[in-house]
Ligand binder design. Sequence first.
Ligand code: CDP
Length: 209
Amino acid sequence: MSDLVIAIDGPAGSGKSTVARAVAHALGWSFLDTGAMYRAVTCEALARGVDVADEAAMATVAAHVTLTTLPRVTVDGRDVEDEIRTEPVNLAVSIVAANPLVRQSMVTRQREIAAAQPVGTVVEGRDITTVVFPEATLKVFLTASLDERAARRGEEGVDSVARRDRADSTREASPLRRADDALVLDTTGRNVKDVVEEIVQCLKTRQSN
Ligand code: CDP
């Protein structure tokens, strides 16, 4: 069991998932995509016909579902790997993620998952550096221009990406913000390998100090 954590936050399309996965691979650590957890809960609510704006009903869904993110995203044993990236989920997920009761239940799970990993965990999302692991071994905030982020998101489109960013940054419960001591990396025009190397190097420097 390990308490080594690299926490990565940033807006949609900033490269969090790709970079976090590659950093985990480079270090031999585990990887946790917390956005996939909020998306999976959203899928389940939509499938059950639960009103995603009903905070109490959503809290019940979040508290009782069984979730996995690796090797596939599943909710109560149902594979939702593809469904979590569809338009209805893009539209509803920010509402679900703004619910403090849903967040409480996801954050508890995220801490338990990381604590159970054998070496370390690279965790990515919106509140990882500020709320879930404020004492992480290394904190990273990834950014990129809106145009580049929308291009990476492809079908979702610039309006939807901008709308989610606004919702995620202005909500009351754990809004997306830069932790004061996070390494801030603008990934606009940079390749993944380069960004991964910088993060791994920074971890090594921190660990040797
Ligand atoms: O991949 P992308 O950056 O587009 O989004 P994601 O990481 O899959 O997260 C989807 C949504 O979940 C975000 O727009 C946030 O509303 C929410 N989220 C959150 O509130 N807190 C997290 N730790 C992770 C995601």
